[in-house]
Design a protein around this ligand. Structure first.
Ligand SMILES: Nc1ncnc2c1ncn2[C@@H]1O[C@H](COP(=O)(O)OP(=O)(O)OP(=O)(O)O)[C@@H](O)[C@H]1O
Ligand SMILES: O=P(O)(O)OC[C@H]1O[C@](O)(CO)[C@@H](O)[C@@H]1O
Ligand SMILES: [Mg+2]
Length: 507
């Protein structure tokens, strides 16, 4: 059976599923033993008789010597790699990489790149590698940078991108294209794409951006345009599902160590020192969790997914007192989205939003510093020295580290290969260590969160020895989860549940 788009699918079963009336049908291919491919759209799904061309990499001296450089069209990557002998084969994604045939003549390509949402280490590397990939691998010579996020599509300013222009940009933080929140108008964006004659759109951004990319793709498809819409997920919070991790995350965790070290040194140098570090993470506490695990100097890590309380037995104040009595100092790491429900209850809660509609959070770092000071100084009459460090923007406004730079290069080259091969409506992402093409709906259906009933959070609790802050009621729920019948082998059991539901519906 061949899974190549536009070709016959042999004995496998293909089912078109539509989630809403406006969305194009989902491409689901099923095979033996519970095999499911959540495939990505392709030009041939809605435009017939398009010419194809030999991939120019065949004649590129760097690649032509590589044995099996081209990816087999049937290659797919499983989402879950821990299985029982009786497990169904489960969900798979199309493997990324160069194809023998491409759907663009090099001279025909007019690509553009846009960056949206907050900054993230590695953005410039992704831009650089898309430009260099298009020029050097595929002989493309028209690449435009859209200035300042989605709203830049409506302005006249664009930046011509060539390998020379982008040569050094990976050494700089931020994005040379600029970024923004809000201002997404699908028809105006697609009008602009059409007016400029753009036929490959590369969209780098977070969850909001990829939702925007998905509606741009739907509009492009509705208009029957031969225009690739492809995303590269960017999120320093690591809140995008399915992918192993987002680019820039590694750099952010590494940079956070500097703040934690400073907090530790400050706290250890005074009587009853408390070093408090606030890290990014609106709804997902991955940066805080990994920075804590990496550091080993942190005594308590507070994240949005694990509600905590201050007073009484098992509460934060009791734990701080214990640490101070035992060690004379302590370090707390708090994610910006942690404890927001406590702030809302104790302060005038606001419903302010940013231009994209994201809720603006109150500063939990300042709030908790004040509450700790009040508790120990006024109520307990104890001398404490609290130093609050807020490095939030410092950890994202830096260039990617070596590992993120390599990762960004692979993501960028993969997305270019996919676009040249005529795939569209997809993001390029790492799944179980392999580059894949993932349909937008999988990226947009939910947020990736720390699962506090997983082993990773248990590792953190055992490393810090902090309280779990679970009430008897919560503990009972946790117990129930653990007692569920076998089948939830993986750390991320929430994912499994979602997927089992999908298997049931797609099957
Ligand atoms: N549901 C949506 N439909 C269309 N466009 C959207 C949607 N959500 C967000 N956008 C647009 O995507 C862009 C970026 O969104 P947002 O500010 O939420 O950042 P993000 O991509 O989620 O990145 P991050 O949260 O990691 O900083 C904005 O221009 C916004 O208007
Ligand atoms: O202040 P800005 O630029 O809107 O971004 C802040 C938000 O962006 C993020 O870094 C996500 O990109 C969040 O962690 C944070 O709350
Ligand atoms: Mg977001």
């Amino acid at each position: 059976m061949s899974l190549e788009s536009g070709s016959k699918i042999g004995s496998s079963r293909v089912k078109a599923m539509s989630s809403t009336e406006v969305d194009s049908p989902r491409k689901i291919v099923t095979g033996d033993a519970g095999y499911i491919l959540q495939d990505v759209p392709h030009f041939s799904d809605y435009i017939s008789d398009l010419p194809t061309y030999d991939n120019p990499l065949r004649h590129n001296p760097a690649y032509s010597v590589v044995k099996q450089y081209f990816v087999d069209v049937d290659d797919t990557v499983p989402q879950k790699i821990v299985v029982h002998k009786t497990s169904p084969r489960g969900i798979h994604f199309r493997r990324a990489g160069p194809r023998q045939k491409v759907y663009f003549d090099s001279d025909e390509v007019h690509a553009c790149i846009v960056t949206c949402g907050g900054l993230c280490p590695g953005l410039n590397t992704v831009i650089r590698e898309i430009v260099c990939g298009l020029y050097n691998m595929y002989g493309v010579n028209k690449v435009l940078g859209i200035d300042g996020g989605y709203m830049g599509f409506y302005s006249r300013n664009t930046i011509t991108l060539t390998p020379k222009v982008v040569n050094d940009i990976h050494k700089r933080g931020g994005t040379i294209l600029g970024t923004s929140r809000g201002g997404h108008d699908t028809s105006k964006i697609v009008d602009s794409i059409q007016d400029r004659g753009i036929n490959q759109v590369y969209i780098i951004g977070g969850d909001g951006t990829q939702r925007g990319a998905s509606v741009i793709f739907e509009e492009v498809r509705k208009r029957g345009l031969k225009v690739v819409v492809a995303g590269i997920p960017k999120t320093i919070d690591n809140d995008i599902p399915v992918i192993d991790r987002s680019f820039g995350f590694d750099t952010a965790v590494e940079e956070a160590q500097r703040a934690i070290n400073a907090a530790h040194v400050e706290a250890g140098s005074v009587e009853n020192g408390i070093g408090l570090v606030k890290l990014m993470g609106r709804y997902s506490g991955f940066i805080a969790m990994y920075a804590t695990l990496a550091s080993r100097d942190v005594d308590c890590c507070l994240i949005p997914e694990s509600p905590f309380y201050l007073d009484g037995p098992g509460g934060l104040f009791e734990f701080i007192e214990k640490c101070l009595k035992e060690n004379g100092h302590m370090v707390i790491v708090i994610a910006e989205g942690a404890g927001q429900e406590l702030l809302a209850a104790s302060e005038n809660s606001t419903s302010l939003k940013d231009a994209s509609g994201n809720k603006l959070l109150q500063d939990v770092g300042l709030w908790i510093s004040q509450r700790i000071k009040d508790h120990f100084t006024r109520q307990k009459k104890m001398v404490i020295n609290l130093k609050y460090i807020d490095p939030t923007y410092m950890i994202r406004a830096i260039p990617g580290n070596a590992s993120d730079n390599v990762y960004c290069t692979l993501l960028a080259q993969s997305v270019v290969h996919g676009a040249m091969a005529g795939y569209t409506g997809f993001v390029s992402g790492l799944v179980n260590g392999r580059q894949t093409y993932i349909p937008f709906y999988r990226i947009n259906e939910k947020q990736n969160k720390v699962v506090i009933t997983d082993r990773m959070w248990a590792r953190l609790l055992s490393s810090t020895n902090q309280p779990s802050f679970l009430s008897d009621k919560d503990a009972a729920i946790e117990e129930k989860v653990v007692e569920e019948p076998p089948g939830q082998l993986l750390d991320n059991c929430t994912d499994d549940k979602v997927e089992n539901k999908e298997i049931a519906t797609c099957g």
